[in-house]
Design a protein around this ligand. Structure first.
Ligand code: SF4
Length: 391
């Protein structure tokens, strides 16, 4: 039996660097049955295989036209079906992933890069090069819970109306791997959040919730457990909606009772409700609050499988510039938004020519001086202004 597995995001997105968990589970399932499993890196000669599985996570990943489900070709994932993605059969869904699926591809990337370095007479550091593949090589990956009760209209997670236990940790935890990456959508909304965190902490391995956690559900006990745990990298939360402003403010205050780390990242959704000046102002207002508490915003420009509204906005360049500023902490922590745009302009050698950032900033400021005056000169503070109140 010959099985082809295609990770469409790996094939179709430059620099994509995260394993497809479904592909790894399908691979393990078929290898256990004695099949010959291949991670295919193109769409050629699919007729040579008895079964072909194509999975994608991102809706905008390109795939060949006319690709559809047949008895032999199976397509799946949110990238194809958005919020209607069918579940995998239980025997695959609950199978230990095949963490070796990508090994050959990683080795081929290493040897390609090594050849280029030799041709260019450069030194090649294998360990440094391998860092980009750490999600493939270092992590056990899985879902301890599934579902969410919030039903945010922009989210693919619409199938369930509650959070429930999905996999026991040992279903996907490989003690040979250094770290654990959880893909849960809203772990803090699960009734068993405490035992889940206890299990993770007991492994002694650094762990992270990659999809972000629901900050609105934080309590003293949750903060204590999370911020004393061996957490891996940034704590990620979301501040998607301006209507949560007061609640998020309260929770930021709570977080700061437990930790003063700056690796607290908040997804800030923009261009969903509108793509006008109000949306830009809402984004800045959320950024301002996060900044007061020395947190890092990460601007997420909304898109769905059919549309990318911010690209049609008269403030398109503003969205790009804001994202470039706040999604790069080294800029956001050192420069105000205005300073960031001026620094970009400084790099332009042609006299009279405006860079994208400068053009975006000046034209927005002309139309909306009151918004610019309030937000363009915000500076990341040296310490948390805990008693800060919005003026
Ligand atoms: S809280 Fe998060 S996971 Fe839940 S519906 Fe909203 S965006 Fe999706």
């Amino acid at each position: 039996m010959k099985i082809a597995i295609l990770d469409a995001d790996l094939i179709g997105r430059q620099k994509h660097r995260f394993p497809n968990l479904v592909c790894e589970k399908i691979s393990a399932y078929w290898k256990e049955k004695g099949a010959e499993v291949v991670l295919k890196l193109d769409y050629e000669n699919l007729d040579d295989y008895d079964q072909v599985y194509i999975s994608k996570v991102f809706t905008d990943t390109p795939v060949p036209e006319g690709l559809c489900e047949t008895d032999r070709i199976h397509i799946g994932g949110t990238g194809f079906y958005f919020d209607k993605a069918p579940n995998l059969p239980d025997e695959i869904e609950h199978h230990m992933p095949d963490y070796d699926l990508y090994n050959e591809w990683i080795e081929s990337e290493v040897s390609k890069a090594e050849k280029v370095a030799i041709a260019e007479k450069r030194a090649f550091n294998r360990d440094n090069f391998l860092l980009q593949f750490k999600e493939y090589t270092d992590y056990s990956i899985g879902f301890m819970t599934r579902g969410c009760f919030r039903k945010c209209p922009f989210c693919v997670n619409q199938k369930y109306d509650h959070v429930f236990r999905h996999s026991p940790l040992e279903e996907f935890y490989d003690p040979k791997r250094k770290k654990i990456c959880l893909l849960d959508d809203n772990v803090l909304g699960c009734g068993q959040w405490r035992s889940i965190l206890e299990e993770l902490i007991a492994t002694g391995r650094p762990f992270k919730f990659k999809q972000g956690m629901d900050e609105r559900l934080l309590t003293d006990e949750k903060c204590h457990m999370l911020f004393t745990a061996n957490y891996d990298g940034d704590y990620t939360f979301a501040f998607d909606n301006i209507s949560d402003y007061d609640l998020i403010h309260k929770k930021l205050h709570l977080i700061r009772k437990y930790t003063n780390v700056t690796c607290l990242k908040f997804y800030v959704l923009v261009a969903f409700e509108s793509t006008d000046a109000d949306d830009i102002e809402n984004a800045f207002k959320r950024i301002e609050l996060l900044m007061r508490y020395r947190c890092l915003p990460y601007l997420m420009r909304y898109q769905n499988k059919n549309d990318t509204p911010w690209k049609r906005s008269e403030y398109r360049e503003m969205y790009i510039t804001m994202a470039r500023w706040c999604n790069q902490p080294s800029f956001y922590k050192k420069m105000t938004f205005r300073e960031f745009c001026l620094a970009n302009q400084d790099r332009i050698k042609t006299e009279g020519k405006l860079c994208t950032a400068m053009r975006a900033m000046t034209s927005f400021e002309e139309k909306h001086p009151e918004i610019a005056q309030r937000y363009f000169d915000l500076r990341f503070p040296k310490k948390v202004e805990d008693n800060w109140v919005e003026k």
